[in-house]
Design a protein around this ligand. Structure first.
Ligand code: HEM
Length: 387
């Protein structure tokens, strides 16, 4: 039944794996089936206004703060946009990090989990190392997990109180529909907390990584950047024309999004990642495997098609994993990433602000534990002047 068995990263052994950490394949199938309609295209379109509001706020903030000499720190801004959007879509939670230009307590604590989540998985496999884990982790990191669980619990309870009164459709609506009685059973509420907490993190972290890395890869390849800018600016007469239904028509943008997900695939927790991560970067499957080459994803009728990549095995790139444990948010994620990039490149000329070592280099500067740790990357957003 199960292609990829989970290792169980519900680090506090609380007895409920939510969706991503559910070990029992039959139970996992039940949960995934219940949640599935919330990831449909119809459901996604109903959330479009909310999605656009967050991306528009990012664009607005860049108009106000992005044009300065130092540019803006893409690591923070990607997380702020990613988490503001994901918390809102998951349980209509207003994080306002972009408005306040400040990381929330939730974000700060989630990022602290990086070391803890990794070591806790290792000690699950090698129990003897458990005391070592407690010796190497600072108390503030150890406290992050209970703090997050508490915050998530409060947010879920708040959302249950607002049943039927949210401003837009969210993922939680699928778990507790407005026309059904509010849950009262403790075990059920606990399960809802786990599922929605995981959906919120799953919908934030890997997408935020892509806001960052797609801009980074593009700025490292001026030719690809210029081609994409041209496609976006000739494809849309007006900023407001950039919508879910129109953005998916841009072939080069689609190729760029797919290519960015290839070397920098996202979630590391619990997946037998060796096969997927290595295959996506292996010369057996890809020509110039470590280079950002959107052309490999184009069909022969595209003007930028390059036969050099004709023998690439594109199926070797599986950023969303596959089969029963595959990502249910794959379509949503890839459209949101394209909306983001289209709106940004329609409105701004981007310039990387090079650090002492130049632009960050994936092979040299990125590290991964439970989450990716991204190097500093500053970008200048210069508004495009139109007559
Ligand atoms: C670029 C963006 C994304 C990437 C690369 C990505 C990748 C993945 C991968 C590789 C998995 C499997 C993890 C595992 O087996 O441990 C996964 C699972 C999952 N993803 Fe995503 N994801 C992305 C965006 C999203 C979004 C936007 C959502 C929700 C709106 C989402 C929701 C989930 C959920 C709920 C699971 C658990 C599925 C299950 O266990 O049945 N993901 N994702």
């Amino acid at each position: 039944m199960e292609l990829f068995v989970q290792v169980g990263y519900d680090a506090l052994d609380t007895g409920d794996g939510g969706i991503g950490g559910e070990n029992d394949p039959a139970r996992h199938r039940e949960i995934a089936k219940k949640l599935a309609p919330t990831f449909s295209m119809k459901n996604f379109r109903a959330k479009e206004a909310a999605i656009q509001t967050h991306i528009d706020l990012f664009v607005q903030r860049m108009k106000e703060h992005g044009g300065g000499e130092k540019g803006v720190d893409m690591e923070s801004w990607s997380d702020w946009l990613g988490l503001d959007l994901s918390a809102d879509l998951t349980y209509s939670l207003d994080m306002s990090q972009m408005r306040d230009m400040k990381s929330s307590v939730l974000l700060i604590n989630c990022l602290k989990l990086n070391l803890f989540a990794t070591l806790s998985q290792i000690t699950r496999k090698i129990r003897l190392l458990t005391p070592v884990m407690y010796l190497c982790i600072p108390p503030s990191v150890l406290l992050a997990m209970p703090k997050l669980i508490k915050m998530n619990k409060q947010d879920v309870m708040l959302r249950i109180e607002r049943q039927g009164k949210t401003e837009h459709l969210d993922y939680f609506e699928q778990l507790v529909p407005a026309d059904k009685p509010a849950p009262v059973d403790k075990k059920e509420i606990y399960h809802l907390q786990n599922v929605s907490g995981q959906v919120m993190i799953a919908g934030w972290q890997p997408v935020a990584n892509q806001y960052y890395s797609l801009l980074l890869f593009l700025l490292g390849e001026p030719d690809a950047y210029a081609a994409l800018v041209d496609e976006i600016r000739t494809g849309f007469a007006d900023y407001d024309d950039i919508k879910i239904e129109t953005v998916t028509n841009l072939k080069y943008l689609n190729a760029c999004a797919q290519e960015s997900l290839r070397p920098h695939s996202a979630t590391a927790d619990g997946l037998p990642r060796v096969g997927l991560f290595a295959a996506a970067r292996h010369p057996r499957y890809f020509t110039d495997p470590l280079k950002f080459r959107p052309e490999r994803w184009l069909s022969p009728d595209h003007p930028r098609y390059d036969p050099r990549y004709k023998d690439d095995s594109l199926k070797a790139s599986k950023p969303f994993s596959q089969e029963p444990r595959g990502c249910p948010g794959a379509v949503i994620a890839s459209v949101v990433i394209r909306l983001f990039v289209a709106k940004v490149l329609w409105g701004f000329d981007l310039e990387a602000v090079a650090g002492r070592n130049g632009l960050p280099v994936f092979e040299r500067d990125f590290t991964v534990m439970a989450f990716w740790k991204l190097p500093p990357f500053y970008v200048r957003f210069k508004p495009v002047e139109r007559k």
